[in-house]
Design a binder for this molecule. Structure first.
Ligand SMILES: Nc1ncnc2c1ncn2[C@@H]1O[C@H](COP(=O)(O)OP(=O)(O)O)[C@@H](O)[C@H]1O
Ligand SMILES: [Mg+2]
Length: 211
């Protein structure tokens, strides 16, 4: 049994919001306890962000690069929560190691049919990982959902056929996510400009942590 929540953000590809969501979920968790945010993407987006980011107001968030061989227990060292940002591939060794050592994985997906169909491959990988880590909980998280466009009927049908559960909370496309990253902040540090985004992140955390 794993002692605490270890949440991974993973997907087959880039540009779906792994790094954005990893840092904002970690910032939200830092209001609930000590958080270790692990950058397991060799491109190091979060390591760059952390190097010039404003210290999190809670001072409960540390960002660390992944170690080799990966040891999330060691990296966590007493933190209450661990969030890991994965590279844009499920086939990379590091991604598999992260998933084998995580309790939860969130798979951000853009609400386009192509991305949804690709998620069948994700489900296949998760079946393999669960042979080693049977307790791994997994969800798809729809990200960059347009405010105006309700999901079409076709989309709803594709969603229905997916093998993976979908989080009830969706993340809207909001300038706050881009602005926060540019300013070296999380959406929590944007004040009123980030309020709706922060509320959305809180709802996701409630939904994920209750399981
Ligand atoms: N909900 C969102 N609203 C607006 N922009 C977003 C949102 N999620 C991600 N982005 C932007 O989309 C781009 C890709 O996101 P990123 O987190 O880097 O994806 P990944 O880590 O999966 O490659 C970035 O420019 C990011 O600012
Ligand atoms: Mg990334």
């Amino acid at each position: 049994m794993m002692s605490a929540h270890r949440i991974a953000l993973a997907n087959l590809k880039g540009g779906c919001g792994k790094s954005t969501l990893a840092l904002n979920l970690a910032a939200g968790l830092a209001r609930r306890g000590m958080v270790c945010l692990v950058d397991a993407d060799p491109q190091g987006a979060l390591t760059h962000w952390a190097s010039w980011a404003e210290p999190d107001a809670s001072r409960q968030l540390v960002v660390k690069p992944a170690d080799t061989p990966l040891n999330l227990t060691g990296l966590m060292s007493g933190a209450d929560y661990l969030v890991t940002d994965c590279p844009p591939s499920l086939d990379m060794h590091i991604t598999r190691e992260v998933l084998q050592q995580s309790s939860h994985v969130i798979i951000p997906i853009l609400p386009s049919p192509l991305d949804l169909w690709a998620s069948h491959a994700v489900a296949g990988t998760l079946r393999e990982i669960r042979q080693i880590n049977p307790g791994l909980k997994a969800w798809i998280l729809l990200n960059q959902v347009e405010n105006s466009s309700a999901l079409s009927r076709a989309m709803a049908q594709v969603l229905h056929q997916l093998e993976l559960p979908i989080l009830g909370t969706q993340v809207k496309r909001r300038a706050a996510y881009r602005v926060a990253m540019l300013e070296g902040k999380s959406v929590y540090q944007l004040g009123g400009r980030g309020r709706q985004a922060a509320d959305e992140i809180e709802t996701i955390l409630d939904e994920v942590l209750q399981t």
